[in-house]
Design a protein around this ligand. Structure first.
Ligand SMILES: [Zn+2]
Length: 168
């Protein structure tokens, strides 16, 4: 196969998602519904122990520190910094066109280990410590009428500019 034919085959092997077609999470699952309810209200929430006050992340039905079952979803900052990232060049799902940049986010003011995963379209120039913030994207309602709202992360350009100014 010539290089041109190989390139054409590679191009046709990756299907382009239809406009508006999106992969939706299950928002009414018992273990994670609180996260999506908070997102529908424009908040990031992390499961929190009512007895010892620590964050339980990833969410569990009881506190991993004190064993309490009094756990509630409580608001967390909508800002953070990039802990690490990778750029995905190989398409693994037709609804996630490449390239995109996967980021692991340290939420501001949270203990070590309370990290969320987000993605940024394209090859984005980020590094550990790059400030990010979330907004929210409304994908409509699921079949049961629950709102499907997802956090969308973007580089916090104002804080990034302030940080680069400080380092000079
Ligand atoms: Zn606890």
């Amino acid at each position: 196969m010539s290089a041109t034919a190989a390139a054409a085959a590679a191009t046709t092997a990756v299907s382009t998602p239809a406009v508006q077609e999106r992969l939706r999470p299950l928002v009414a699952e018992r273990g994670s519904s609180g996260f999506f309810e908070a997102a529908a209200n424009g908040e990031i929430a992390i499961l929190t122990c009512e007895d010892c006050g620590r964050r339980i992340h990833l969410p569990r039905p009881r506190c991993v520190y004190c064993g309490s079952t009094a756990v509630l979803w409580k608001p967390a900052p909508r800002t953070g910094t990039v802990y690490c990232h990778t750029i995905v060049e190989h398409q693994v799902h037709p609804l996630f066109p490449v390239p995109y940049t996967v980021i692991v986010i340290d939420l501001d003011g949270e203990a070590d280990g309370v990290r969320l995963i987000g993605n940024l379209p394209g090859r984005v120039d980020v590094a550990a410590g790059t400030p990010v913030r979330s907004s929210f994207e409304n994908l409509g309602a699921d079949a049961s009428g629950n709102p499907v709202v997802l956090p969308v992360w973007e580089i916090d350009t104002e804080r990034a500019a302030a940080t680069s100014g400080e380092s000079r």
